[in-house]
Write a protein that binds this ligand. Structure first.
Ligand code: CO8
Length: 261
C-alpha cells in the first residue's frame, strides 16, 4: 500500500484496518498534511472490500493534542472563511460507512477530542485525558466538539468542560458514557479495539453497514422519524442474501458464511 509521513497504516487482523497517528514530536497535533493523509487512508479502507472495520489510535502519550496551534496562529478571518478552514477535516469521517473505533490513550484535546468523538465506538485507557481547551486560546471548538460533546455527556457537563477548558478524566469519560470502555493500559485499549473490530468484521458487511446507518440517524432525527427510518432499512434487509444465510444457519444450527450481498 501507500506510505505516509504522519501515519502508520496496516491491517493487523482479518478484515481490520488500523491507522496510527504518527507525529510524535508534536503530540500528534493535527495539521493539514496529517489530515490530508488521514482522509486518504480512511478513503482507501472505505474502498477496500476486504476491510470491514477500522481502528484509529495515536501514541501512548497523545491521541492528538489538538489542531496545530502554530499552523493556526496567524490565520485570518478572510482566509479561514474563504478557504472553509476545517471543513475538509470536520467531515473527515462522515463519508465513512464502515465502523470506526477510536482507541484513545493520553491527550485528546481540542481537535483531538473532536476527532476521537468522530469514532462510532470510543475506547480509552485509564490515563487518557479529554478536553476542549479552545476557550483558553481565544476560540471555540471548530470540528464538532460543541455538538458531539453535549450529545455524548449532556449539556451541563459539556458546558462545564467547554466554558472552563478543564480536562475530563478517563474515569469521568467512562462514567458519563463518552467512551464505551476504559481499559487499564494503552496496550489493552488498542488490543481491545482491534478485537472488537475483528468481531464486527466477522458479520455481514451489509448488516453492519445498515446498523451503523440507523444508529447514526438517531443523532439527527426525532424518535418517531428515526423508528420509521429503522423499519424501512430493516425491511430492506430481507432483500439481502445474508439475511437468508444468517437465519437459515440459525435454524439449521450451522455457522453462517456471509456473502456480503
Ligand atoms: N499544536 C501545536 N503544537 C503542539 C500542540 C498543538 N495543539 N500540542 C503540543 N504541541 C507541541 C508543543 O508545542 C511541543 O513542541 P516543541 O517541543 O517544539 O516545543 C510538543 O508538542 C510537546 O508538547 P509539550 O512540551 O507542551 O508537552 P507537555 O507534556 O508539557 O504538555 C499538553 C502536553 C498539555 C498536551 C500541551 O502540549 C498542550 O497544552 N497542548 C495544547 C493543547 C490544546 O490547547 N489543544 C487545543 C488546540 S485548539 C484546537 O484544537 C481547535 C480545534 C478547532 C477545530 C479543528 C481545527 C483544525
Amino acid at each position: 500500500g501507500k506510505t505516509y509521513e504522519h501515519l502508520l497504516v496496516s491491517s493487523p487482523k482479518p478484515g481490520v484496518g488500523f491507522i496510527q497517528l504518527n507525529r510524535p514530536k508534536a503530540l500528534n497535533a493535527l495539521f493539514t498534511p496529517l489530515i490530508l493523509e488521514l482522509n486518504s487512508a480512511l478513503r482507501d479502507f472505505q474502498a477496500d472490500k476486504s476491510i470491514s472495520a477500522i481502528v484509529l489510535t495515536g501514541s501512548e502519550k497523545a491521541f492528538a493534542a489538538g489542531a496545530d496551534i502554530k499552523e493556526m496562529k496567524d490565520l485570518t478571518f478572510s482566509h479561514a472563511y474563504g478557504s472553509d478552514f476545517i471543513e475538509s477535516w470536520s467531515d473527515l469521517v462522515t463519508f465513512l460507512k464502515k465502523p470506526l473505533i477510536t482507541a484513545i490513550n493520553g491527550y485528546a484535546l481540542g481537535g483531538g477530542c473532536e476527532l476521537a468523538m468522530m469514532g462510532d465506538i470510543l475506547y480509552c485507557s485509564s490515563k487518557a485525558v479529554f478536553g476542549q481547551p479552545e476557550v483558553k486560546l481565544g476560540v471555540i471548538p471548530g470540528a464538532g466538539g460543541s455538538q458531539r460533546l453535549p450529545k455524548a455527556i449532556g449539556k451541563s457537563r459539556a458546558m462545564d468542560a467547554i466554558l472552563t477548558g478543564d480536562n475530563i478524566t478517563a474515569k469521568q469519560a467512562g462514567e458519563w458514557g463518552l467512551v464505551a470502555k476504559v481499559f487499564e493500559t494503552p496496550e489493552e485499549c488498542v488490543n481491545g479495539a482491534l478485537a472488537t473490530a475483528e468481531k464486527i468484521a466477522r458479520y455481514s458487511q451489509i448488516a453492519v453497514k445498515a446498523a451503523k446507518e440507523v444508529v447514526n440517524k438517531s443523532q439527527d432525527l426525532g424518535i418517531r422519524e428515526g423508528v420509521e427510518f429503522e423499519r424501512r432499512v430493516f425491511h430492506g434487509l430481507f432483500g439481502s442474501q445474508d439475511q437468508k444465510i444468517g437465519m437459515k444457519a440459525f435454524a439449521e444450527k450451522q455457522k453462517p458464511s456471509w456473502t456480503n450481498e
